[in-house]
Ligand binder design. Structure first.
Ligand code: ATP
Ligand code: MG
Length: 293
């Protein structure tokens, strides 16, 4: 374990509740989460890891918030296999703050009643109106007992100041480890492609879908061709996401291509199209897709 973080990790394993990890990209949040979870289970605690990073996913595919129960070291080796998913619909929060906050809160609130320690990893968006609004409302709904802020220089000062002023959580500031080398945009992209590929591994099954199964509801008379290549979340009818799918239109018939069709009750429209050859994604505005606005 990184010695600099050892005292904080030891302290956190003795506490109960929710620990929210905040920091910009490549500041060591996920590494810290793994160390904390390993220490918690070694101390005999039950734990959950909630991955609210929708771009650099550790648990489950990108575009979803994922939950993993962590009760055994083996669970830490299989973090990518989510126990629960909540679809957000894009790899970027911009325009989806509501979806992102609610997805995170739904999983945190479920886990809080079940395990001793809930560790919440987050995206690197910590500045600007979207980043600050996201972190404000995530804190408001998940009510963490502790916030760990990874400081590179003074970049976290505004958000830390804001969270200290408005909420009762203990905020622990930790310095980013000097040895960290930031991944290039190319490396981030390659890692995302790998995660999408794992979720949408061919051969995908094609399930015919009716126009009535969508949320939000499709406007009457919508040309199904407009939905071609749109990313969707497959919902189980109990408020949870089973996995991802991609819509395909052929001769006016709409199908969803997926590995998770069993048990699907409805489809949530995402805010991206995805190319199933390259896994390249293009953001779209739902209002534009549906109404041409
Ligand atoms: N204490 C440390 N000392 C040296 N290197 C570290 C340390 N913590 C993390 N790293 C390395 O830095 C890189 C980024 O770490 P990590 O993935 O934990 O950051 P992150 O904040 O979760 O990033 P992202 O925002 O991309 O999810 C990784 O290659 C990791 O191995
Ligand atoms: Mg991370």
């Amino acid at each position: 374990m990184d010695d600099a973080h050892a005292p904080l990790i030891e302290d956190l394993t003795r506490r109960r509740g929710v620990v929210l990890l905040l920091g910009s990209a490549d500041t060591g949040k996920t590494t810290f989460a793994r160390q904390l979870l390993a220490a918690a289970i070694a101390a005999g605690k039950t734990a959950a890891f909630i991955d609210a990073d929708i771009a650099e996913s550790t648990v489950g595919p990108p575009t979803c918030v994922g939950l993993k129960w962590v009760n055994d070291p083996v669970d830490l080796d299989n973090l990518h296999q989510a126990d629960r998913l909540q679809f957000v619909g894009s790899i970027k929060t911009s325009g989806l703050v509501l979806q992102h906050v609610v997805a995170t809160a739904a999983l945190v609130n479920e886990a809080r009643d079940i395990v001793d320690l809930v560790v919440v990893d987050t995206s690197g968006a910590v500045s600007g109106v979207t980043g600050q609004t996201l972190k404000y409302h995530k804190t408001e709904l998940t009510r963490p007992e502790v916030i760990v802020a990874f400081q590179r220089g003074e970049e976290m000062a505004p958000i830390v100041g804001m969270l200290r002023r408005f909420f009762g959580a203990d905020v622990e500031e930790v310095a980013v480890a000097p040895g960290i080398v930031s991944a290039s945009p190319h490396e981030h992209n390659a890692s995302r492609v790998k995660h999408f590929e794992a979720e949408l591994t061919p051969p995908l099954q094609a399930w015919r879908v009716r126009s009535t199964v969508f949320a939000p509801t499709l406007p009457a008379g919508l040309d199904p061709a407009r939905l071609d290549a749109m990313l969707v979340g497959l919902q189980d009818g109990e408020g949870s996401t089973l996995g991802l799918g991609v819509l395909r239109e052929e001769g006016e018939i709409l199908r969803v291509l997926t590995n998770h069709g069993e048990g699907m009750r409805g489809l949530r429209l995402g805010s991206m199209r995805i190319d199933l050859e390259t896994y390249a994604v293009t953001p779209v505005r739902l209002r534009e897709v549906m109404f041409g606005l």
